[in-house]
Ligand binder design. Structure first.
Ligand code: NCD
Ligand code: ZN
Length: 337
């Protein structure tokens, strides 16, 4: 069996910078493009820093690789004049809003949503999407559920704002998606496949620890169902978040699951196992293109049901990163000509 996808997109990707960027960028090259997260140290908050980062990604990927870079800026309150110049920067795609301190390198995020109001009003008028890391500072399993009230408030007060709930992990978030036409969402590979049991139910698996943390079987099943049906406002966003091995296999493990190199074969295996291969195109590209009006570079990629072996780790440029399914086999692979 095989399937050819037209320009798959990863709508939530961390590539990092420096030597880690050199390692990770080529490992996302089976995608035709990605939404690039801005939580570097320091975060990307200005158009100049964003354009320079976009260039570094292009170099790391290889100048000959056609890859659409949808760049984001770390949300900070803006004036109308700065917003206008941001809009005039061709690489710019959206703002990413982080509640302060909620995840990796998000200390400079928003402490009170009120700080965002005037900027959001202008973004609504200008058609700039807002991508949100939607977690409260509450009990870890309830953080997303508690943040749904904020999404509800934003979706009500800014009915024309294009608002994306990033990496949703709960059935409740899916219900909210169905309540508000102006909401969309991304979902990761791991949240379609694992629950908290896989992270911490037996021997602790740091490589499956991410934010938001994987939830209950009922949540996972609801997300998988919506993905398999290619819910029109749900998009694939890997949230592939590489950390060096020594920051994962330690006390104080960093949050993030590295899935970029295996995401497409694993999605094909998953969709094929459920007889839903026909919906994969919309889940990994069509929905995002329609929702945001994207026109990525044209790149067909063929996946076949020939197994791939996932390496125990990826190493280069002095960096070492352990992927999900390290050392295991996946039933599908990318067909190279
Ligand atoms: C991400 C990272 O490491 O940058 N980590 C994660 O667990 N997902 C940040 C994020 O998206 O929360
Ligand atoms: Zn992320």
């Amino acid at each position: 069996m095989e399937i050819t996808l037209d320009s798959p997109l990863d709508m939530h990707l961390h590539l990092r910078d420096g030597d880690m960027l050199k390692l990770t960028a080529p490992l996302s090259a089976d995608f035709a493009g990605a939404v690039i997260m801005p939580n570097l140290v320091p975060p990307i908050t200005t158009p100049d820093a964003m354009v320079a980062y976009s260039r570094r990604i292009r170099e790391a990927m290889g100048e000959d690789v056609a890859f659409s870079r949808y760049m984001t800026l770390f949300f900070t309150p803006q004036t109308e004049a700065t917003l206008q110049s941001i809009c005039d920067t061709p690489e710019f795609f959206a703002f990413k809003l982080y509640p302060a301190g909620i995840t990796t390198n998000s200390e400079g995020g928003i402490s009170h949503m009120k700080e965002a109001d005037s900027t959001l009003r202008m973004m609504e008028e200008m058609g700039i999407p807002l991508l949100v890391h939607g977690e409260s500072h509450g009990f870890v399993m309830d953080r997303e559920a508690e943040f749904l009230a904020v999404y509800r408030d934003l979706a009500t007060r800014y009915p024309k704002l294009r608002l994306c709930m990033e990496h949703i992990t709960t059935a409740a978030a899916l219900q909210l998606l169905d309540e508000f036409e102006n909401l969309c969402a991304t979902v990761t590979l791991q949240h379609l496949l694992i629950t908290l049991d896989d992270v911490a139910g037996g021997a602790l698996n740091p490589h499956l620890f991410c934010k938001p943390i994987a939830k209950r079987p009922g949540d996972r099943d609801a997300l998988l169902q919506a993905a398999l049906e290619a819910h029109p406002r749900l998009m694939f966003g890997s949230d592939s978040a590489p950390h060096p091995l020594h920051k994962k296999e330690c006390c104080g493990c960093a949050a993030g699951v590295f899935t970029a190199p295996l995401a497409l074969p694993k999605l094909a295996e998953l969709f094929a196992a459920h007889g839903s291969l026909g919906n994969l195109q919309n889940f990994v590209s069509g929905n995002a293109r329609k929702l945001y009006g994207l026109t990525p570079v044209s790149r067909p990629i063929t996946l076949t049901d020939t197994p791939t072996h996932v390496p125990a780790s990826y190493r280069s440029f002095g960096q070492q990163v352990v992927p999900m399914y390290a050392g295991e086999s996946i039933g599908w692979s990318v067909k190279k000509d």
